[in-house]
Design a protein. Structure first.
Length: 382
């Protein structure tokens, strides 16, 4: 199974994008690795000639499918002159897991090529680079957002209906910024995946099969999962494949989507606006993937039952006000929502809590939405 996963995902990077700094001769490490001051200075000197890091303190480290390291760095005069801050966050794949996907290279490409073209807020990136050997390894060095004085979102943060409405307005700003833009066409951005057209999307339910199976062993998970899924786990694969097929056939304008749009991938600025983080699943896609994932995941079950359609209509209004054109009507959007619930079902059913987000309440929200909105029956034509 592992080798099959690796073969499928490697297709993504079979025509690797040339790395941005050809002066770099050493590869970004793929194995377990802990950077030090010498390594960081040496790597970043490819973009900022003459810089060096005299010392680096690891302030905090998160190590799961992505390694995130908050550091405090003492730069030489060249580093200070280049405007490099003392506090930074380093992201790469050094956890010893998920060596069969390209999410880290993709995030680096997003920061290098695209995030400065967006109208929505994104984190300041001081260095973005990737290996061009087809490995999918990438590296980003970002500002330490704690210095902004806001707070990181969490998937289970209770924002309420008004808070979700505010987040959807911010999401509309993200989507409208490059709505139907020539900058994101396959010719202009060949490195940018199209939603549900790459293995990390269309094979996601199979790539995550091990973790789906692990959660089905958990009594608490089994207590909220639909019996029809537990009795026949292959139903999830069939329903997800139907979603993939539906999206590929659908015709509508494209925009840039986050792809993994839950509150845990946001940073709330002091003024209350959300900054969108984690571009590892960024895509050329339709917004309903993000909208459904964000709303169903952010609302309690009762809040969703009472306000879901109104919130989707509010998002549509915001999207048009931000400049998007040829936006499908609310009734047609509402036909999208139940299908895209299945994306959230498969994503959270494979979540491991030690990755940093508590999955059980999110599973309950998505499983319940799937039953309420008839997602399984719709996709499986039952």
């Amino acid at each position: 199974m592992a080798e099959a996963q690796r073969t499928r995902s490697r297709v993504i990077d079979q025509n690797p994008v040339p790395r941005p700094y050809q002066s770099r001769t050493e590869q970004i490490p793929m194995e377990r690795f802990r950077p030090d001051a010498d390594w960081l200075g040496r790597i970043m000197a490819n973009k900022y000639p003459g810089i060096a890091a005299y010392a680096m303190e690891v302030v905090q480290m998160f190590d799961s499918h992505t390694t995130k390291i908050r550091v405090a760095v003492d730069w030489n005069d060249a580093g200070k002159a280049a405007g490099l801050p003392r506090n930074l966050c380093i992201k790469s794949n050094w956890g010893g897991q998920f060596d069969n996907v390209d999410i880290h290279a993709l995030e680096a490409r997003f920061y290098h090529f695209l995030t400065d073209r967006l109208t929505a807020h994104t984190a300041t990136c001081y260095y973005a680079d990737w290996n061009d050997d087809g490995s999918g390894q990438g590296l980003v060095v970002l500002e330490d957002l704690i210095d902004r004085g806001g707070k990181f979102g969490h998937s289970l943060q209770h924002s309420g209906v008004d808070g979700v409405a505010s987040g959807l307005a911010d999401l509309a700003k993200l989507h409208a910024g490059l709505w139907n833009s020539p900058l994101i066409t396959p010719d202009a951005a060949p490195w940018l995946p199209t939603s549900m057209e790459v293995p990390v999307d269309y094979d996601q339910v199979r790539l995550m099969d091990h973790w789906l199976g692990e959660n089905r062993k958990e009594p608490n998970f089994c207590g909220i999962a639909p019996k029809h899924y537990l009795d026949d786990p292959s139903r999830l694969e069939r329903a997800y494949d139907a979603l993939v097929d539906y999206e590929r056939k659908f015709k509508a304008p494209y925009c840039v989507i986050l792809g993994d749009c839950h509150q845990g991938n946001t940073y709330i600025l002091p003024n209350g606006e959300r900054m969108w983080l984690d571009w590892q699943l960024g895509r050329r896609g339709r917004p309903w993937r993000d909208v459904t994932y964000f709303t169903v995941g952010s609302l309690t079950i009762e809040e969703r039952r009472q306000s879901h359609r109104d919130l989707v209509a509010h998002y549509r209004d915001c999207l048009i006000k931000e400049g998007a054109t040829d936006v499908i009507g609310i009734d047609e959007i509402w036909e999208q929502i139940p299908r895209w619930v299945m994306y959230g079902i498969q994503a959270w059913a494979a979540n491991m809590d030690h990755w940093g987000q508590n999955g059980l309440p999110m599973n309950e929200r998505f499983f319940t939405a799937g039953e309420d909105l008839g997602s399984w029956k719709l996709l499986l034509c039952e």
